[in-house]
Design a protein around this ligand. Structure first.
Ligand SMILES: [Zn+2]
Length: 85
């Protein structure tokens, strides 16, 4: 199964805590290092305890998204360009 986030052809995929995507281990590591990961994980646990097994996640943070159709966004991500200026 391909990674639904970066579309790599890694054989091992796992569920994302941020949304319902099946992602490869590289994307998983990126998630785990994100500052909102603990929050996403806690929310998932909370929802499952409340009986909501179809919880879709808190949503993928923008800086974890991989933009393949927009080079501008990719550059912003790489160089941390501040759009507010
Ligand atoms: Zn991936």
């Amino acid at each position: 199964m391909n990674c639904q986030r970066c579309h790599s052809t890694d054989k091992i995929t796992t569920g994302s805590y941020f949304n319902t995507e099946m992602i490869c281990m590289k994307c998983k590591v990126r998630e785990e290092n994100h500052k909102m990961y603990d929050m996403a994980k806690k929310e998932e646990v909370k929802q499952v305890r409340a009986g909501n097994y179809n919880f879709e996640g808190i949503g993928l943070p923008n800086d974890l998204k991989i933009h393949q159709d927009s080079e501008d966004d990719a550059c912003d991500m790489l160089y941390g360009v501040d759009n507010n200026q």
